[in-house]
Write a protein that binds this ligand. Structure first.
Ligand code: TRP
Length: 336
C-alpha cells in the first residue's frame, strides 16, 4: 500500500529551455514534494501541439525538458517521470471527458478566450479549445490528490473537479477529487526587463528570462541589467517597486531566507549591491543544473531508457483507470 498522497504536474515543452520562473515557481517545489508525495511529473507534449509548432523542434524540446526536469532534481526513481504522448490513455480519456463537457462550459475558459482572441476563430484549433479537458484527463487518469500549479491554472482545476464529480455521479465512482496546490504569490517570478509581466518564454526582451541553458556570464549579465525602480531604497513593494521586489523574491527563493531578513541585510545599500550578490546566487544555483543537462544529453541511450521506464510505470496506472471508465460508459471490453 502506498499511503502517500499523490501529486501530479507538468510544464509544456514549448520553449528551447525551461527558465528560472519555471524552476522557482514549479520544479523546485516538485523536487521538495517528492519525499512526502507519490509524485507524477510529465511532459505535456500533446498540449504543446494545440498551438503552432515545428515537429523536429518539438521532439528536441521534449527530450530536453526531460533532461532539465532531472537535472533540476526530479528523481526518476522516486517519481514517475513520463512523456504524455507515450501514454495513449490521456487522449482516450480526454475524448470521454469532451463528451461530458458542454460547449458553453468550455467556451468560458479564460485561457482559451485570451489565446483565441489574439488570432481569431480561424487561427485557433479545436485542440486549443479541448486543452482543458485533456488537462483534466492528465489529472484524473492517475487519481491525483494534489496538483501543484500557478494561479493561472485555477480555472482548469475547477473544471477538472466539476468533470470528476459529474462523471462519478452519472456513471459511478471512478475518479478521485483533485485539489489544486496553488503556489504562493511569493514564488511567482516576473520578467527581469518588464517586472509587471510573468517571466515567460515569450517575453519581449531576450534578457527578461534566465534560461536553464544560459552560461554563467549571461546569467550574471541578465541579473545585473534587470530593470529596477525609481528611488534607491531596497524594499519589498510589488506595486511601487516591482523590479526590486522581483529580485528580492528570486533571492529569497534560492537562499530559502525570508524576504524581510534580506531587506534588513541590505538596509542603506544600493541596488547594485543587491544585484552583484544575486548574480552570484543565481549562477551558483543554475550552473550545476546546466552541467547536469549536458551530461544527460551526452548519454542519449540512458535518457531513452529513463523515458521508456517512466511510460511503462505511468501506463500501468492509466490503463487501469481507463478500463474502469470504458466499462462504466458502456464500451464493450476489447478481447485481450
Ligand atoms: N496547463 C498547464 C500549464 O500551462 C500544463 C499542464 C497540462 C498541467 N496538463 C497538466 C499541469 C496537468 C498540471 C496538471 O501550466
Amino acid at each position: 500500500m502506498n499511503a502517500k498522497p499523490r501529486a501530479l504536474s507538468g510544464v509544456k515543452p514549448t520553449a528551447s529551455s525551461l527558465h528560472l520562473g519555471n524552476y522557482i515557481g514549479a520544479i523546485k517545489n516538485w523536487v521538495k514534494m517528492q519525499e512526502d508525495y507519490d509524485s507524477f511529473y510529465f511532459i505535456p507534449d500533446l498540449h504543446a501541439i494545440t498551438v503552432d509548432f515545428d515537429p523536429a523542434t518539438l521532439a528536441e524540446r521534449t527530450r530536453n525538458t526531460v533532461a532539465q526536469y532531472i537535472a533540476a532534481g526530479v528523481d526518476p526513481n522516486e517519481s514517475t517521470l513520463y512523456v504524455q504522448s507515450q501514454v495513449p490513455e490521456h487522449a482516450q480519456l480526454a475524448w470521454v471527458l469532451n463528451c461530458i463537457t458542454s460547449f458553453g462550459e468550455a467556451s468560458r475558459m479564460t485561457q482559451f478566450k485570451d489565446k483565441s482572441q489574439k488570432g481569431g476563430a480561424d487561427s485557433s484549433t479545436v485542440g486549443l479549445f479541448a486543452y482543458p479537458m485533456l488537462m483534466a484527463a492528465d489529472i484524473l487518469l492517475y487519481n491525483a490528490n494534489f496538483v501543484p500549479v500557478g494561479e493561472d491554472q485555477r480555472q482548469h482545476l475547477e473544471l477538472t473537479r466539476n468533470l470528476a464529480g459529474r462523471f462519478n455521479n452519472r456513471f459511478g465512482e471512478v475518479f478521485t477529487m483533485p485539489e489544486p496546490l496553488i503556489f504562493k504569490e511569493t514564488a511567482k517570478i516576473y520578467d527581469l526587463q518588464e517586472p509587471t509581466s510573468k517571466m515567460s518564454k515569450t517575453g519581449l526582451s531576450p534578457n527578461g528570462a534566465i534560461d536553464f541553458s544560459d552560461e554563467p556570464k549571461v546569467v550574471a549579465k541578465k541579473i545585473k541589467s534587470a530593470v529596477t525602480d525609481d528611488g534607491s531604497e531596497i524594499a519589498f513593494d510589488r506595486d511601487n517597486k516591482p523590479g526590486v521586489s522581483n529580485l528580492l523574491t528570486i533571492y529569497s527563493a534560492l537562499t530559502d531566507r525570508p524576504i524581510e531578513a534580506i531587506v534588513e541585510e541590505y538596509r542603506g545599500k544600493m541596488y547594485g549591491h543587491l544585484k552583484v550578490d544575486l548574480a552570484d546566487i543565481v549562477v551558483e544555483a543554475m550552473t550545476p543544473i546546466r552541467e547536469r543537462v549536458a551530461e544527460l544529453k551526452a548519454e542519449p541511450e540512458k535518457l531513452d531508457e529513463i523515458i521508456a521506464h517512466g511510460a511503462e510505470k505511468a501506463r500501468a496506472i492509466a490503463q487501469d483507470t481507463l478500463s474502469k471508465v470504458y466499462d462504466k460508459v458502456g464500451f464493450l471490453a476489447a478481447a485481450k
